[in-house]
Design a protein around this ligand. Structure first.
Ligand code: TXA
Ligand code: MG
Length: 349
């Protein structure tokens, strides 16, 4: 890695007046085959020109990402979809409906790939994951570059996805030349990923590869949603689906009942809870060293989703021995939140 290490990482802020300059700088680097961290509405992405295999290789190096984990390709406009993916006729109508309904936005479709997409992007698979980001900065860079952008989340492999420029700096500072600071991400969780299976005389089947901001309830009018079973042929090599992922360095334990918490004397414990009011049985159970509520007071899943990775980072940096997490209800966005919490709770072997 040393030869590709960039010692200085600059941060450029975006506001209405200086967005054009940030877009220009990001675009100039991408055109030269460099990698740049950009904000999206879900999490920050580490971007490269998706048609430039050498540039994409730098993403894997900077993230220490194994080569078998494919990248998501972002398109600047709907017209670019067929540049990167082949749309089989039997699902063409469904793809058009999904794109109309959810793009630009946090839905990623797995489709057969076109040959222009280098193998490194798809880890040798014959499918490509595609989405169109809704973030104004990302969209502007995508359009100015005039090419698709490969971008995984801008964290080191297996770690918590960054939802702010400062989180990207902690993950990748010194390894990449530029971070474009577009403020906090409005969704806070990575996109929903599906593949589509046509069915004779029935609504199509959506295989859910990763739960995310576009929920099962939102997809159901257009097809039947089925969670991809681990080990299924379709699951292929997709380590976002690895059991241990999105993990803080501090051990995290999901606790179904606060009464099951028995502290070890002298150990420091943090609590990741939902509302965090004074009468919450988790809050009352222990004199916690640190408490991070996901949706303080109001108990809204959308707010919890936005705050989840930020709160995990805060707890991870608090010098604790263990993080105890309260489960949230598994409906709507709660499915994606619980998915991330379970993976964070699973220690890598
Ligand atoms: O919201 C998001 O999706 C963010 C932003 C930056 O767009 N990106 C993101 O990328 O979360 P990443 O690399 O962290 O997660 C992408 C997931 C991985 O689990 C990868 O294995 C899966 O997508 N994936 C990519 N291409 C695939 C393919 N052809 N088949 C199956 N899974 C694929
Ligand atoms: Mg990721």
């Amino acid at each position: 890695m040393p030869e590709t290490r960039v010692n200085e990482t600059s941060v450029i802020h975006t506001s209405d007046e200086d967005m054009a300059e940030a877009v220009r700088q990001a675009c100039a680097l991408l055109q030269r085959g460099e990698i740049v961290a950009l904000p999206t509405e879900t999490v920050y992405g580490l971007a490269a020109d998706a048609l430039n295999a050498e540039a994409c290789a730098k993403i894997f190096e900077a993230k220490e990402r194994p080569a078998f984990d494919p990248l998501i390709v972002h398109i600047g406009s709907r017209r670019d979809l067929e540049t990167v993916a082949r749309i089989p006729e039997e699902i063409a109508e469904t793809v058009a409906k999904l794109a109309n309904e959810f793009w630009p936005g946090p839905l990623t479709l797995i489709l057969p790939k076109q040959v222009v997409i280098p193998d490194i992007v798809t880890s040798g698979l014959d499918s490509v994951a595609v989405r169109q980001s809704a973030h104004p900065v990302f969209r502007a860079v995508n359009k100015a570059l005039g090419r698709p952008i490969a971008a995984p989340s801008a964290n080191r492999f297996g770690r918590i996805s960054p939802t702010s420029a400062s989180a990207v700096m902690k993950e990748l500072g010194g390894r990449i030349p530029l971070i474009v600071d577009g403020g906090a991400c409005s969704e806070g969780l990575e996109s929903t990923i599906i593949s589509i299976e046509a069915r004779e005389g029935k609504k199509p089947l959506f295989h859910l590869h990763r739960a995310g901001p576009v929920t099962k309830e939102m997809l159901q009018p257009l097809g039947k949603v089925e969670k991809l079973k681990p080990g299924a042929a379709l699951a292929s090599a997709a380590p976002g689906q690895l059991e241990s992922h999105y993990a803080p360095l501090t051990p995290l334990r999901l606790l179904d009942h606060p009464r099951d918490f028995v502290p070890d004397p002298g150990k420091r414990y943090g609590l990741l809870c939902y509302r965090g009011d004074d009468d919450c049985p988790y809050v009352r159970r222990h004199a916690w060293d640190r408490i991070e509520p996901l949706s303080p007071g109001s108990g809204k899943l959308a707010e919890a989703a936005i705050r989840l990775f930020f709160a995990m980072r805060q707890l991870d940096e608090a010098g604790l021995d263990e993080i105890i997490a309260q489960p949230v209800s598994e409906t709507g966005l709660g499915v994606a939140i619980m998915d991330r919490l379970r993976r964070a709770a699973t220690r890598a072997q």
